[in-house]
Design a protein around this ligand. Structure first.
Ligand SMILES: Cc1cc2nc3c(=O)[nH]c(=O)nc-3n(C[C@H](O)[C@H](O)[C@H](O)COP(=O)(O)OP(=O)(O)OC[C@H]3O[C@@H](n4cnc5c(N)ncnc54)[C@H](O)[C@@H]3O)c2cc1C
Length: 492
């Protein structure tokens, strides 16, 4: 089945679209700012409902924080690479199934360490000695106990504190949980993995909310062919203007005017803004009238983390056939790990991942120096490691189109921050991962946020034109695809 068939199908069959047509009213027009998955999902939804929709995108490519690079001769995701929640409830499942894309599952349900359950891994210390698996299992159990202890700390304290403060309190209360020597380094590695999930250091992560996310079932699956096919399928036939950096959004009662860098103006009945939270925080877009104080507070009350990937392609595989290779160290900042793409995709590629302050520090180095540093880590594990034949280095933290990798809850975050962030302002609607209802910081969360913004925008505009109903296109489409095609999952 060609899922594009569904996307290109317009519904001129007695529904709202045909009624607008029959009354010879113009179809409402919408400008979407940002061609990441959220903006494209919003535009898709509006396009399928016969709205006039244009996406303005600052980069010269689609996808935003989804960036599948093909320069190695195979797909390598330098932004998002996992589908979090390999299950039918995942809003992206119908599309992934329809496109026949394969998922390589790296964890089952209930993975404490999120995107990887450590079924297939090897850890080494900085002298290159492998950490005994038994020690990793034992320290993993201790880490779970420490996290359970932080739950008690949370129950006792009305004030939110950071996860690292809570860990210190637990270790003071239970000195038997403190680790020494190599075991301490392994504990730091577990903390490093937790920090990677939030893309922020433990002293920045909110104790109140770190485990409150509604994680979908089915574990986490790597997109073996990359995320790019999803973006391409969703973007089919949509009017997208690349290299158009929006600098100003002016709202009137009936129209929105969006100004881009070269001074050109685009006018529509409504706009949906899906730029990353980092861009809003940096005030890179001027709003006329100014955003209300409550919206500005919501923007500043959430955090934006950083994660970078350094992908290395080798001429041959010299490392063991495990999914994850980790380096333990005395602090979580100095720990590191490589994802072995060879296991999932068959290509001789390792991807080093760095998060939080460390990810920002790496961005200060040149690409060559970054790769030199990463190779030093690798050579600690494998002294005979060959030099990479190609490499890629991401810089999400300083990229002026992202200014960070994804949002997370700061310590003391107000409870209504997400409601305020996503609340529309008249004919201006807000999408993007940070406004997702349940799954901020994820691709499926960003997708749903885009669809939600589009649905709200549709309702608003149709109501203004005197139509109460709108088309339930997405659910219809998904039901049809869901019943026909299973998800393709592997763990080699
Ligand atoms: C390194 C990394 C790893 C990740 N790993 C995962 C993962 O494994 N699984 C997962 O689910 N999620 C992951 N994520 C998060 C996921 O990528 C994001 O949540 C999601 O892609 C965000 O989509 P979006 O559409 O909200 O934002 P974006 O994709 O950032 O789209 C916003 C668009 O707005 C554009 N823009 C910015 N400023 C302007 C402007 N002034 N004018 C016009 N356009 C502008 C940007 O160029 C961009 O294209 C990862 C992210 C990163 C960076």
């Amino acid at each position: 089945m060609d899922p594009n068939h569904f996307f290109s199908a317009n519904f001129h069959d007695g529904t709202v679209a045909s009624r607008i047509e029959s009354q010879q009213k113009p179809f409402p027009s919408v400008i979407v700012v940002g061609a990441g998955i959220s903006g494209i999902a919003a535009a898709r939804n509006l396009y399928d409902a016969s709205f006039k929709v244009t996406i303005l995108e600052s980069r010269d490519r689609l996808g935003g924080r989804i960036h599948t690079d093909y320069s190695f001769g195979c797909p390598v995701d330098m932004g998002a690479s996992w589908l979090h929640g390999v299950c039918n409830e995942n809003p992206l499942a119908p599309l992934i199934r329809g496109l026949g894309l394969t998922l390589y599952r790296t964890s089952g349900d209930n993975s404490v360490l999120y995107d990887h359950d450590l079924e297939s891994y090897m850890l080494f210390n900085i002298d290159g000695n492998q950490v005994p698996q038994q020690m990793v299992i034992e320290v993993g159990d201790i880490f779970k106990k420490i996290l359970e202890g932080t739950g008690k700390v949370r129950d006792e304290n009305p004030e939110d504190i950071s996860v690292s403060q809570a860990i210190s309190i637990v270790l003071d209360r239970h000195p038997e949980l403190r680790q020494q020597g190599l075991a301490h380094e392994v504990l730091q590695w577990f903390i490093c993995r937790m920090e990677a999930w939030f893309a922020a250091d433990a002293d920045m992560i909110s104790l109140n909310t770190w485990d409150q996310e509604h994680v979908l079932s089915g574990g986490h699956g790597l997109m073996v062919q990359g995320y790019d096919p999803v973006i391409k399928a969703l973007a089919k036939d949509i009017d997208i203007c690349l290299n158009n950096r929006v600098t100003k959004i002016s709202r009137g009662y009936n129209k929105v005017m969006v100004t881009v860098e070269d001074g050109k103006n685009f006018i529509a009945d409504a706009a949906i803004i899906t730029v990353p939270l980092g861009i809003l925080k940096a005030n890179l877009i001027e709003f006329e009238p100014k955003l209300p104080d409550w919206k500005v507070s919501a923007i500043s009350d959430l955090g934006v983390g950083n994660e970078n990937k350094i992908a290395l392609r080798f001429d041959k595989v010299f490392w063991p056939n495990v999914e994850l290779l980790g380096v333990v160290a005395p602090t979580s900042y100095s720990c590191g790990y490589f994802l072995n793409l060879h296991k999932a995709t068959g290509h001789p590629i390792l991807v080093y991942m760095a998060a939080g302050r460390f990810a920002y520090d790496l961005e200060k180095l040149s690409d060559a120096s970054t790769v030199k540093f990463v190779m030093q880590q690798l050579k600690k594990m494998f002294p005979d490691a060959s030099e990479p034949v190609q490499y890629l280095v991401s810089r999400w933290g300083t990229d002026p189109n992202s200014l960070g990798c994804y949002s997370y809850d700061l310590v003391g975050k107000p409870t209504d921050v997400y409601d305020k962030l996503r609340a529309p302002l008249g004919n201006l609607f807000f999408g993007g991962e940070a406004v997702s209802l349940d799954n901020q910081g994820s691709v499926h969360g960003a997708y749903s946020a885009g669809v939600m913004a589009a649905e709200n925008c549709q309702s608003y505009l149709l109501e203004k034109q005197g139509y109460a109903e709108k088309l339930p296109l997405d659910s219809v489409r998904h039901e049809i695809i869901e019943s026909l095609i299973p998800l393709q999952i592997s763990r080699m």
